[in-house]
Each structure stands twice: as C-alpha cells, then as structure tokens.
Design a protein around this ligand. Structure first.
Ligand code: NAP
Length: 246
C-alpha cells in the first residue's frame, strides 16, 4: 500500500488516462477526488473507486473556471480532510494545420490544457505549502517536446506545462512539495481511437517498442512520482512513449 490514506485530486479523472490513474492510486490505498465535467461518467468512475474500499468524491469542475476550481478544492478539503497529490490530467486536442487554425481552436486548447493546470496547481499549492508536503504531477505529452504537424496549439500547451512544472518545482521545493510532469507518447484511449487506421499504422512503425501504450503505463508512472520512492525527484519530465521521442 504505497499511498496509505493519502488524498489525491485528479482532473479529467472520469475516463481515459485520468480514470486509470484514479484506480491505480486507489488500489494503493489513496482516497481520490475527481474533477470532471460530465456527471454520468463521473458517477461511474466514483462507484468503481468506492468498490475498491476507498473514499471518493466526484465534483463537477471545469478546470478553466477559477471559481469552480477554488470551490472544488474547498469541497475536497471539507470532505476528505487534506490533499497530498494533484494530478493535472484534463486535456483536449483541437487539431488543424497552422494556416487553417482559427483563434477559437488555439484559445480552447491553451485554456483547458495550460490555464487549467495553472488554476488547479495554484489552488492546491496554497494548501500543500501550509502542509509542507505534496506531489503535483501534470500530464504533458511528447508532442510538447518534439512537436507534431497539425498540433501547434496542443504542442504549445504541453510545452507550456513543462516550463510551468519546472518553475513551480523551483518555487515549492524548499517546502516539501515536488512538481513533475509525465510526457506520454501515443496511448490507446478515446483521444487516439479517432486517428485513421493509416495514421495508426505509420505510428506503430515509428515507435521502437512497436505498439501504442496503455493508460496503465501512464498510471504506473504517476504512481511512482506520487510515491515515497520519488521523494527526491522534482522538476522532472518522465517520458512514457515506447522510445518514440528518442
Ligand atoms: P480523454 O479520454 O479525452 O479524457 C480527458 C478527460 O478530461 C475527460 O474526462 C474530459 O471530459 C476531461 N475534461 C475535458 N475538458 C475538461 C475541463 N474543462 N475540465 C475538466 N475536465 C475536462 O483524454 P486522455 O487520452 O485520457 O488524455 C488525458 C491526458 O493525457 C490529457 O492531458 C492528454 O493531453 C494527455 N495525453 C494523452 C495521450 C494519448 O495518447 N491519449 C498522449 C499524451 C498525452 P469529457 O468527457 O467531457 O471530454
């Protein structure tokens, strides 16, 4: 039980990689609060976590809304007593080639992926600083490290998360709060299910390990960074990509 009685908040935790992280932390005895926007899926995931014998709260929070984020954090503190781990996972894509990308496509991706990460980290950091202990883990992407055609907005948001992570890691290190990022490659979720078969086949050829990753691969990396085993690691970007970015 690597996380006995610790409390984790996971944004975008209702499905995909976020849900897998939630279940993985709960199996290691953490209580888990999820911030997400769709009540029905949120309820299903909460039920799965409670079935593991852990406390779990699902809170409707749009991470782009500072007031909702502050209220959500206050609710977690009220119901679960503290926050030890924050996983900034909520993220979207709105792909398009640069010359055809409109302002709304750019703004929405930056707003959810990068501003959402800032708002949630700021809200939780206040509590972690007082507690003098905490783990902040943000889900970036290898696209933020190596770029990808058609994803200028997404790449900028994920590169932004990496810079943000390093600045916050330096600010909070002396107070026992670590801040790290995970950069997944291509992971099999609804986000990548929509890729055309041809694009998937091309990808497989480019990945040295020859397959897409699974949400579990990312969840295990998050568990490591959240655990005591990673106590001396901060400002790091852990790449989980089957060798793709190398
Ligand atoms: P996903 O299946 O689409 O899940 C994302 C979750 O975030 C959904 O539950 C979504 O809610 C929620 N969300 C969206 N906007 C939100 C908002 N404003 N406030 C709160 N929650 C919001 O995506 P995923 O593939 O699991 O990706 C999770 C993270 O990993 C993202 O940051 C993504 O960029 C990153 N990542 C994924 C891959 C990959 O290959 N899949 C690779 C690298 C990085 P809805 O159900 O309403 O959409």
């Amino acid at each position: 039980m690597l996380l006995k009685d610790q409390v984790a908040v996971i944004t975008g935790g209702a499905r995909g990689i976020g849900r897998e992280i939630a279940l993985t932390l709960a199996r290691q005895a953490a209580d888990v609060a999820l911030f997400d926007v769709q009540p029905e899926i949120l309820e299903q995931t909460i039920a799965q976590i409670r079935a593991l014998g852990r406390r779990s709260e699902g809170i409707i929070v749009d991470v782009t809304d500072g007031k909702q984020v502050e209220d959500g954090v206050a609710k977690v503190l009220d119901k679960l007593g503290k926050i030890d781990i924050l996983i900034n996972n909520a993220g979207i894509t709105k792909d398009g080639l640069l010359v055809r990308m409109d302002d709304a496509q750019w703004d929405r991706v930056l707003e959810i992926n990068l501003k959402g990460t800032f708002l949630c980290t700021r809200a939780v950091a206040k509590h972690m600083l007082k507690q003098r202990r905490g783990r902040i883990i943000s889900i970036a992407s290898i696209v933020g490290l190596i770029g990808n055609p058609g994803q200028a907005n997404y790449a900028a948001s994920k590169a932004g998360i990496i810079g943000f992570t390093k600045a916050v890691a330096k600010e909070l290190a002396s107070r026992g709060v670590t801040c790290n990022a995970i950069a997944p490659g291509f992971i099999q979720t609804e986000m990548t299910d929509v890729l055309p078969e041809e694009a998937k086949a091309r990808l497989m050829q480019a990945i040295p390990m020859g397959t897409l990753g699974s949400p579990t691969d990312v969840a295990q990396a998050a568990l490591f960074l959240a655990s005591e085993a990673a106590r001396y690691i901060t400002g790091h970007v852990l790449v989980v990509d089957g060798g793709l970015a190398m």
